[in-house]
Design a protein around this ligand. Structure first.
Ligand code: SF4
Length: 407
């Protein structure tokens, strides 16, 4: 293994911390919530008065729980939007729940069950058997998965915190992580050894589509002997049984999205103004001293604004020796990280394009959410929303009607 790399983490002032804006709602009533941030600080949110809150817009997803300080999509628009730039945003799930930027795991969740995804947005907190309010995704096995991811990351990387003052600074740190990873491949001078980088942020709208994605690639490795670039996704398993085909399928889609986003960056197919618009960022705001200094110390001079950082990233990415060749998923056992199961597969671009075409209307609000087909009904047995699911009820009624007709 080569020398440990640095990975940067932005530390934001508390008024920009998205954890402040997450509110649990049960039966439409806002509940008190305690959130522990990555810096160890505990924030208790007490609603001033009980009020009906029919929907929740400020949910975390798993990536956001991992690094809440780096994920600002949950902050209410009045905090994010500068007064002069306030504009009407469409009232569809893409903007209502995700502020115009989807995480790659949103698409995986959509593939699993679109109806369930919508319920997670509407009711992200549930009462567990002990009467505690829990975020629906905070299952013990998921938390274990998060810590295993962190362990893998720290095998080759050291985390460095950078004090930030604005959202632009925080995005400057994200771009620095991408720049470092790509520059590492470009400057790799060991012809017989792979270069590995982990936890690289990525973004973009694939094939020029209306959906904009962000995500974190678990691992990118480059083999100078074969000139091959591989994207690897880590997944943890509770048992040694192989994952079900439906699970593997969603993981493969995830890897294929990462590969496509990375390739589009390498091929220069990224829209700079769309990036700033979707993330609601001001490209020319000067970066704070700590962020600029970090760029300088890593050998990247003249990076004074986010736009400079973006231009540097696209310039370096364009020099990459190859686009991604391989994709793989590595399954690790939660109770024994030495157990691994690896699955490699080929990219299916046509399938990914078709999938995006099918997914888009839900996010753009032009069709209703769909639940699982009858052959996937096993998913309902594990679902936190099975008691309230209208799709499931309709399917059960449909089935009963068909049976009656046959008798
Ligand atoms: S009960 Fe089934 S159809 Fe309904 S949300 Fe859950 S998984 Fe989807």
């Amino acid at each position: 293994m080569h020398e440990r790399q640095l990975i940067f983490e932005s530390v934001l002032p508390s008024e920009l911390d998205p954890a402040r804006f997450s509110k649990p709602v049960i039966d439409g009533i806002e509940q008190p919530l305690t959130v522990t941030c990555t810096n160890g600080e505990t924030i208790v949110h007490n609603p001033k008065e009980l009020k009906i809150a029919p929907s929740i817009k400020d949910d975390f997803d798993d990536d956001e729980l991992l690094a809440c300080a780096e994920n600002l999509e949950n902050v209410p628009p009045e905090i994010l939007e500068k007064p002069k730039k306030t504009k009407e945003r469409p009232n569809n799930p893409l903007f209502k729940y995700r502020r115009g930027v989807l995480s790659v795991s949103d698409l995986s969740a959509q593939i699993w069950c679109e109806q369930q995804l919508l319920y997670k947005f509407l009711y992200p907190f549930v009462l567990n058997d002990d009467g505690e309010i829990k975020r629906v995704d905070d299952k013990p096995h998921m938390l274990r998965g998060t810590s295993l991811h962190l362990e893998r990351e720290l095998e080759i990387q050291i985390k460095i915190s950078i004090e930030c003052k604005t959202r632009e600074d925080s995005y400057g740190v994200r771009l620095l992580n991408m720049i470092q990873g790509i520059n590492g491949i470009l400057t790799w001078d060991k012809p017989n050894e792979r270069y590995i980088t982990r936890e690289m942020p990525i973004f973009g709208n694939m094939y020029g589509g209306k959906l904009y994605f962000r995500g974190i690639i678990d691992e990118i490795n480059y083999d100078p002997r074969t000139n091959q670039l591989e994207v690897v996704e880590f997944k943890t398993r509770a048992s040694k049984t192989p994952p079900k085909p439906q699970q593997t399928y969603t993981h493969e889609v995830q890897v294929n999205i990462y590969r496509t986003l990375l390739d589009e960056l390498i091929q220069g197919r990224v829209d700079k103004s769309l990036y700033f618009e979707r993330y609601n960022l001001e490209p020319t705001t000067p970066l704070c001293d700590s962020v600029r200094n970090e760029y300088n110390e890593r050998g990247f001079s003249n990076v004074d604004t986010l736009e400079n950082a973006f231009d540097l990233l696209t310039k370096l990415a364009f020099q990459m020796p190859t686009i991604t060749t391989n994709g793989a998923i590595e399954y690790i056992l939660q109770t024994d990280a030495t157990w691994k199961h690896r699955k490699e597969f080929h990219r299916d671009e046509h399938h990914l394009e078709q999938l995006l075409l099918k997914s888009e209307p839900f996010w753009l609000g032009t069709r209703e959410p769909e639940g699982v087909d009858i052959e996937d009904a096993y998913k309902c047995n594990w679902c936190d929303y099975s008691d309230i699911c209208q799709w499931r009820e309709e399917k059960a009624n449909e089935f009963a009607r068909k049976k009656q007709r046959l008798n």
